[in-house]
Ligand binder design. Structure first.
Ligand SMILES: Nc1ncnc2c1ncn2[C@@H]1O[C@H](COP(=O)(O)OP(=O)(O)OP(=O)(O)O)[C@@H](O)[C@H]1O
Length: 294
């Protein structure tokens, strides 16, 4: 089989009327890689997914795979699946019939996996779509997204309405499915810490731009909390990329994104630790901080 080509997002911009939501987005989606798209409410995550999967038109730029635009390109779009919040199914259709319908649209859907997952998630296959709870709707869509035989799966807020047990089950099912049949997953989520174990590469969308496009490992390696008496912390972090700070009783914490100064001695009173992705995200997407440093 020919080697799968990446999806290229080339200088994509999007306006809704006068409101610009995306500005000159440049991204590459490699095959067999799990991405996490992070961004605050209204940042444009769903819009970006809808553009890449050709659900809505872009205002400028193009999305290509092997040099071919995805727009109206059925051969390419059949290799891409978007699971989204939008409820596109006939409301009175039963779960099992929705599975069948999807299997007709997407050749090679793994119905055995769908059946197994439905049992694991205790999703009743005979229930009509309009009778499913919010969580069960998400579960049904997730099962479809894991069972369709495509090369790029976009999951827009996949865990919406799922309780903690079902979220755990979903992450496990995703990793299991990925191990058996590697493909790309692009996941937008607000539950960053939970998903951070899955995500190989992080994108952060903020103020119409992608401000981070890096491996999760590299992002985590650049996040530090420097804690100690205020004067010592300030002296140590002077000139570093401080993305936030917090007073902790008598102590001060400076959050840093980027390199520490290797040649600068660390005072005995100061401790330095890494911070998790959730906290990094919170500070990086706080409007006032700079993320230019890389
Ligand atoms: N069809 C539309 N018409 C007009 N404006 C829209 C439309 N769809 C989205 N928007 C606007 O574009 C911006 C981005 O919305 P989008 O849904 O892409 O954000 P998001 O990052 O997915 O947000 P959330 O995390 O809250 O789901 C918002 O200001 C939204 O109001």
């Amino acid at each position: 089989m020919a080697k799968l080509k990446p999806i290229k997002i080339n200088h994509v911009s999007k306006y809704f009327g006068k409101q610009q939501v995306l500005d000159d987005i440049e991204l590459t989606i490699e095959p067999e890689t799990i991405y996490g798209l992070l961004g605050r409410n209204g940042a444009g995550k769903s819009t970006l997914f809808n553009i890449i999967t050709d659900r809505i038109p872009l205002s400028d730029g193009e999305v290509t795979i092997a040099g071919q635009p995805v727009t109206d390109n059925d051969a390419v779009l059949n290799r891409i699946y978007l699971m989204s919040e939008a409820n596109l199914y006939p409301s009175r259709m039963r779960v099992k019939d929705i599975f069948q319908l999807t299997a007709q649209l997407y050749q090679g859907m793994d119905m055995a996996l769908a059946q197994t997952l439905a049992e694991q998630f205790e999703l009743n296959m005979s229930t009509r779509f309009n009778k499913l709870s919010t969580g069960s709707r998400s579960i049904m869509k997730l099962i479809i997204a894991l069972a369709v035989d495509v090369d790029y799966v976009f999951l827009d807020e996949p865990t919406l309405g799922l309780d903690a047990n079902h979220r755990r089950l979903f992450y496990d099912a995703l990793l299991d499915s990925y191990a058996k049949r590697p493909r790309s997953f692009i996941i937008s989520t607000h539950l960053i810490e939970e998903a951070s174990n899955l995500i190989e590469r992080v994108w952060v969308l903020q103020n119409q731009h992608i401000i981070i496009d890096e491996s999760t490992e590299s992002v985590l390696n650049k996040g530090f909390a420097v804690t100690g008496p205020t004067a010592d912390v300030e002296a140590y972090t002077a000139g570093l990329n401080i993305i936030g700070h917090e007073a902790l009783g008598n102590l001060m914490v400076h959050y840093i994104y980027g390199e520490l100064k290797g040649d600068r001695p660390i005072p005995d009173t100061v401790s330095i630790s890494h911070i998790d992705l959730q906290r990094l995200f919170i500070y990086l997407t706080n409007q006032e901080v700079s993320t230019d440093e890389n």
